[in-house]
Design a protein around this ligand. Structure first.
Ligand SMILES: Nc1ncnc2c1ncn2[C@@H]1O[C@H](COP(=O)(O)OP(=O)(O)OP(=O)(O)O)[C@@H](O)[C@H]1O
Ligand SMILES: [Mg+2]
Length: 273
């Protein structure tokens, strides 16, 4: 008996028009891990997250959650939440308040508690002024923040986020990153897709690189950052402070700085102020 929370075994997914989106994808995630899913556009990231959420069924292969086939895990909807790449696709109600309240209401949480939940997340994600507005008449960045508020509203154990940073201004990228760091500290398991290594570097433990529906690599982030070929194949850009270290001949430094602040410390340590 192993302790993996999520096990993807030889997942194949073929869309009705015969597009092979995933081709024998296997990897495992332990509870509390934060995994970044990267790869060129069209490589299968969204398809994979939808399968792990239980919303799409693999054509072949299977996903196990807590050792059980996910399609047979009754509490999946309660425990695993997903932010769609296009958050407008997940909205169901006629105003932003009801949207954040939707799943807590389904779970039978009392209305006075729900008001507190909505207030808390709408304030955190800058949605207070939109609570009476239709979720279908808000901006792309507001919709992303609303999607994130919906995911957080019922305190799920596993959080799947498809491109959580896109359309966000730097202020909200920082707010969402801080939320993710808090969730991680609280033991949540997080899988997020992004094209930005820069935004993920100080959050994720491992990277899963997909290319044309196949797993190109699944390894800790340091191993991947040091491999120029993988970075190129994943269509990723290394943060400039890591490029500077490489240019200075310090590419083997361990651990690699994950933030600009870490980089400054490494730099001062080697070169002085
Ligand atoms: N509904 C669909 N019907 C047919 N093919 C689809 C459908 N959705 C996605 N695909 C195809 O499946 C493959 C994987 O798509 P997916 O959306 O999972 O990629 P992605 O890595 O999330 O891309 P992006 O970075 O652009 O979001 C692509 O070839 C895409 O064209
Ligand atoms: Mg996608």
């Amino acid at each position: 008996m192993n302790n993996y929370l999520i096990e993807c075994n030889d997942l194949v997914f073929i869309y009705p028009d015969n597009t092979v989106a995933l081709n024998k994808v296997s990897f495992r995630v332990s509870e509390g891990e934060c995994i970044g899913i990267v790869g060129p556009t069209g490589s299968g990231k969204s398809t994979l997250l939808l399968i792990i959420s239980g919303l799409l069924f693999p054509t072949k292969g299977r996903v196990k959650y807590k050792g059980k086939d996910i399609s047979k895990y009754d509490a999946l909807r309660r425990e695993v939440a997903i932010l769609f790449q296009n958050p407008f696709n997940q909205f169901l109600t006629s105003n932003v308040f009801d949207e954040i309240a939707y799943i807590p209401r389904q779970l039978g949480i009392k209305e006075d508690e729900i008001i507190k939940i909505v207030k808390y997340y709408s304030h955190k994600l800058g949605l207070d002024h939109l609570l009476n507005k239709s979720p279908f008449r808000i901006s792309g960045g507001e919709a992303r923040r609303l999607g994130i508020a919906m995911v957080l509203s019922y305190n799920p154990d596993v959080i799947l986020l498809d491109e959580p940073f896109s359309d966000l201004s730097p202020k909200y990228i920082k707010i969402v990153k801080d939320i993710l760091k808090d969730l991680k500290e609280n033991g949540k398991t997080i899988l997020l897709s992004s094209h930005s290594l820069h935004h993920m570097l100080d959050i994720v433990d491992k990277l899963l690189i997909l290319n044309k529906g196949k797993v190109l690599a699944f390894a800790d982030i340091e191993t991947i950052i040091r491999n120029d070929d993988l970075i190129k194949m994943a269509d990723l850009e290394i943060p400039c402070y890591i490029k500077i270290l490489q240019e200075l001949g310090m590419r083997d430094i361990r651990p690699l700085p994950r933030t600009l602040k870490d980089f400054v410390e490494v730099f001062i340590h080697h070169y002085g102020k």
